[in-house]
Each structure stands twice: as structure tokens, then as C-alpha cells.
Ligand binder design. Sequence first.
Ligand SMILES: Nc1ncnc2c1ncn2[C@@H]1O[C@H](COP(=O)(O)OP(=O)(O)O)[C@@H](O)[C@H]1O
Ligand SMILES: [Mg+2]
Length: 235
Amino acid sequence: MNNSLEMKKNNKFEIQKIYIENEQTELIVKFLEQLTINSNRIELGKGANGAVYAFGDNRFGDFCLKKVHKLPLMKILSIEEEHEYQQEVLSLGIATPRTLMTVLNHETKEEFFIMERIDGYSIVDTLKNPTLLPESFNYDQFFKKLSDQINKLHENRIHHRDLHAGNVMINEYGDPVIIDFGSAGKHYISDEDIYLFECRKLIDPSKGIYKTVEQKVNTDEENIKVLKEKMSHLR
Ligand SMILES: Nc1ncnc2c1ncn2[C@@H]1O[C@H](COP(=O)(O)OP(=O)(O)O)[C@@H](O)[C@H]1O
Ligand SMILES: [Mg+2]
């Protein structure tokens, strides 16, 4: 481990796993320093389990940071497992942000992902503010690409299982980027219902009490239909 990484061990942030080349680590350590000293952070989005931030400073424009809440509302995979899904999805040639490292704030026990920042917005954001849609956006092409990507994932037994409008982004070229593999699952047994699964649900936030519940969620195909419907005015 190089000096600056050693140094970080004395800080409240502890780098847990690094998935990238050494030269890039330097830049990311600087990014982490910004997190500790800079109040200039921008919230890129929020989900049930965390929030994603970037910094106003352009030098760090390529990265963003996902903070996983200490008491997520609903959590299925660890950030390590989430990273592994993202790696596999990328290896299939499907766009999703590359995770660069995982970090722990050992004072608060909060977990972080540092990942590539997508130059674009979620479907939720573009529905709220249509001016965020890139000019090149084409409804039919977008959904054809999204369906092809999901079919490819399914051929490789991966199911996203949470394909709502906050988890599909539209990049600068108008193409879909599927994010947030925190609820993903692998289909190994053919008659098993991969959309019926156990997850931890936060029952009492003040006491941090969870309950394990079995829940049935929409299939990825059903969710694509919902998204198509929501964006049908752009057809
Ligand atoms: N790599 C990224 N680049 C830019 N924005 C992102 C990125 N990842 C997530 N976001 C934004 O943050 C929001 C929440 O991220 P998400 O990973 O879905 O969190 P959660 O697990 O809490 O649902 C997304 O809807 C999107 O707007
Ligand atoms: Mg999400």
C-alpha cells in the first residue's frame, strides 16, 4: 500500500477494497479528502438505501460516492455483493457504473462506494424536469436497448429485481444505464421464483429493529412496461 493510503488509515475513513490501478487511487484519496473537508457536495440522487454525492469541483467530476445508510430501509445485498454484480454486468458489455473502491467510516460505521459518475439523470429526474432529457433521446431506441440489456442479463441468470424509474438512468447520449444492483439475484434453480425473496426491512428506525420478510416483487419485464407507460408521452 502506498503512503497516501497508509495515511488514510489514520483518518476516520478506512479504505476497505480497491478495484483499480494505483495511479487512480491517488485521485480517489483526494476525492475522499474532499468528503471530509468540503461542504460543497452535491446530492445527485437518493434511494431507499442511501444517497449519491459528487463535489462541485470539476477535478472530481468523474467519480461519485454512494453512501449506504447505516440503517437502510430495505437491504438485500452487502456493498461487496453489489459490487460483484456490477462487475459481472460490465463484463457482459452492459453499461453500469464501475465501482472503484469501498470505504468504511469507522467512527459512524457508514459504508461507501466510490464509483464512476454517470453523465446523466434517472428517469425519475427527467420526468420531474423534462429539460434534463438529452436532445438525442429516442423513446423506441431507448426501450429497445433497455429490453435487450435486460434479456442479456436474464440469459446470464441475473435478475435486477428493482427496475424502477430511480434505478434506470439516461446518459448524455440518450442511452439507458441500469444502476443499483443492491436487490439483484441469480436464478440457479429453474422452478424457483426469483422474484419471491427474503429481505431485511427496517421496522423501528429509532431502535434499529429489523424484521426478515418474504416479499414478491415485480419482474424486470413488468417494470419495463411500467417505465414505458410513464414515458409514453415521449413516444
Ligand atoms: N453512478 C452514478 N452517477 C450519477 N448519479 C447516480 C449514480 N448512481 C446513482 N445516482 C443517482 O442517485 C440515485 C440513488 O442511487 P441508488 O444507487 O439507486 O441508491 P439506493 O440504493 O439508495 O436506491 C439514483 O436514482 C441516481 O439519480
Ligand atoms: Mg435505487
